[in-house]
Write a protein that binds this ligand. Sequence first.
Ligand code: 13P
Length: 345
Amino acid sequence: MSTYTQELQTTATALVAKGKGILAMDESNGTCNKRFEKLGIAPTAENRRAYRELILTTPNLNNFISGAILFDETIKQSSSTGESFVSMMQGLGMIPGIKVDGGTKPFDGHPDELVTEGLDGLADRVSEYYKLGARFAKWRAVITIGADIPSAACIEANADALARYAAICQANGLVPIVEPEVLIDGDHTLDRCQEVTAATLKEVFIQLAIQGVELEQMILKPSMVIAGLSALLPTPVNEVATATINTLMQEVPPTVAGIAFLSGGQTNEQAAAHLNAMNVMFPQAPWAVTFSYARAIQQSALDKWCGDSANVAAAQKILAHRAACNSAASVGTYTVDNDRQLALV
Ligand code: 13P
């Protein structure tokens, strides 16, 4: 038993508490700047700080959000009152988390495939983040679907890195969020996505076992099983829910503390409706099934804010609404009608 066993267990359980999910707000400076630039917002550290303050001071956010994943810059920043974001979150009962991967790089020898880097010095960085107040971490691996990809080599390299990251986190007090994202980009069918997702998850759990990762002390952050964005026909909501949960039931041991999906480019309503259908149709699933969304919670609020302090309250209202909708979806009480009606209020 590690020094942290009890704490890791408590954190993992709290992250997927009933009616709550995780807010991903850990965009790297590069990704955040790209989203800012699309809206004409200057890509400065102060604007990134102001935007993260807008998010974390949203009234009632803590009713729906158990924890938020921060980027390295953000975990060291403070609100305009001078209080650190970490301390603010702790006061509100939201657990601070941290992105620790170093981003994706081309996977040498494998055109169009990516591998996530960042294991060098990771133990030291994780213990530093623990001292700063983080209690969980995230590492995102990316699997691309194409004519002849993903390769077995790409799946294995990414699964190996995810497992080594997870073991390092647990040894140093952070609950690992293990995120193998099968990209939604492309025109692949739902069946193809299911095949790739199953192969990826199988390898991830093989590697997690090899590294001795405690499944009760980790959260899986998968993508949903869904047809590609440019596929001809959209998939009905119940089919996505069924294919996703069946794949997870087949590949994910029941002892994993929880499942928290990424939104991956789905619309706000799709992300909520799919999560909701899973909770309505599969109440017997062995894990809590909730969200760890970035775009499906944040993007509409960012569009509203647009870098103008006059829009903060309106943007926060939108953010709280999206968080509330996904909280409802995590317990199977979301409806698109309610979503639209409440959005108008
Ligand atoms: P999206 O919900 O926007 O896919 O982001 C989730 C995430 O944290 C990606 O790593």
